[in-house]
Design a protein around this ligand. Structure first.
Ligand code: AMP
Ligand code: MG
Length: 334
């Protein structure tokens, strides 16, 4: 199959939506990462997503919607707390896990009695979803285990020949996946840190949010799998006063054992690494997040075999960066 990258003009948006409505699979942009979508009500198309990505089928998909009415089509009970979060953060980078309606196929939810729902804010995505007219089930549009795609070319590199269209919305504004909050029980639980910070959620909820680390177990079904991994070995520094000394020592150790490493660092820290190879990750942690997955892919294409990522503080978007780096490094923290 030929894979075409399409600019998001009205004609192409219609073409992609038509494909979804007729039971096909299409990649589309969002403000977090690119998604690989199918109609949430077409089990055969949803199963295609798993096949194309090589995704384990016990890892549920997020259902993408364009309106509150569509949330009610898939969620059985939208609680007052859920409504408060919807009005504060949707459209945006928040996925809410709620009790599902029985019309949602098992393959979307991996047999769970809940469904994850998100309303993206990206302009092209909103037009596409509105044109689809059905909720669109979608995971990230990468081959399973690879870093998530943050531009159309990343999708093309992973899925060329396997899907007909990639709707090109340019570079993703956030660059990391949505925050997943489970509001199906009595107390809201954070299942995955992401584009909306825990602090923002707590402010709106007016209460402390339970996290996986506070309960000591992995809450998100997908989180047990290898994730976000380039070919290079990823090392991730803890965030502390002299992390630069530790990173330099680790870099030099890798070089002396014949490796070819690169350091991911904020612009302002680049000079602390002397003549060592660095990728500048921008001025702040928002930039770092936006460039993270692209930098992991870039390291592979430039034949670096090791990546050392600077540590970040755990507030705000930092919590999501740490989560992705712990995953992509397989826990190799220096
Ligand atoms: P991805 O878009 O590739 O990041 O994958 C979607 C993520 O959403 C997976 O890690 C799932 O575990 C999570 N997710 C989707 N639906 C649910 C649900 N009903 N309960 C818990 N997690 C979910
Ligand atoms: Mg993913």
């Amino acid at each position: 199959m030929e894979t075409r990258i399409l600019q998001p003009n009205p004609e192409n948006i219609r073409l992609c939506a038509q494909r979804i409505k007729s039971g096909g699979v299409v990649a589309f942009p969002t403000e977090t990462v690119y998604g690989l979508g199918a109609s949430a009500f077409e089990p055969r198309a949803v199963r295609e997503i798993f096949r194309i990505k090589g995704r384990p089928n016990d890892n549920p998909l997020i259902v993408h919607v364009s309106s509150l009415e569509q949330i009610r089509e898939v969620a059985d009970l939208v609680s007052p707390l859920a409504l408060k979060l919807i009005s504060a953060f949707m459209p945006g980078a928040l996925t809410l896990v709620m009790k599902r309606k029985s019309c949602v196929p098992d393959c979307v939810t991996a047999g769970l009695d809940t469904v994850g729902v998100r309303m993206p804010s990206n302009e092209a995505c909103r037009k596409f979803l509105a044109e689809c007219g059905v909720p669109v089930a979608a995971p990230s549009a990468n081959t399973s285990t690879r870093p998530s795609p943050t531009c159309a070319e990343h999708v093309y590199d992973d899925l060329r020949g396997k899907i007909p269209y990639v709707l090109d919305g340019g570079e993703c504004e956030i660059g990391l996946e949505s925050t997943i909050l489970d509001v199906s029980g009595v107390a809201p639980k954070l299942l995955r840190a992401g584009g909306i910070s825990i602090e923002e959620l707590e402010r709106v909820c007016g209460l402390k949010i339970q996290t996986a680390s506070s309960t000591g177990k992995a809450l998100c079904p997908g989180m047990k799998y290898k994730h976000y991994s380039p070919k290079a070995e990823v090392y991730f520094s803890a965030y502390y006063g002299n992390m630069f000394g530790g990173i330099n020592a680790h870099y030099d150790l890798l070089v002396s054992s014949g490796k070819n490493p690169v350091i991911l660092c904020l612009d302002k820290n680049a000079s602390l690494y002397g003549a060592r190879k660095v990728y500048r990750m921008g001025a702040d942690y928002g930039d770092y997040a936006r460039m993270l997955f692209a930098s992991l892919r870039r390291a592979d294409s430039q034949n670096y075999d090791s990546v050392i990522a600077e540590g970040v503080p755990s507030e705000g978007i930092g919590a999501a960066i740490i989560n992705r780096l712990v995953k992509s490094s397989g826990g190799k923290i220096i």
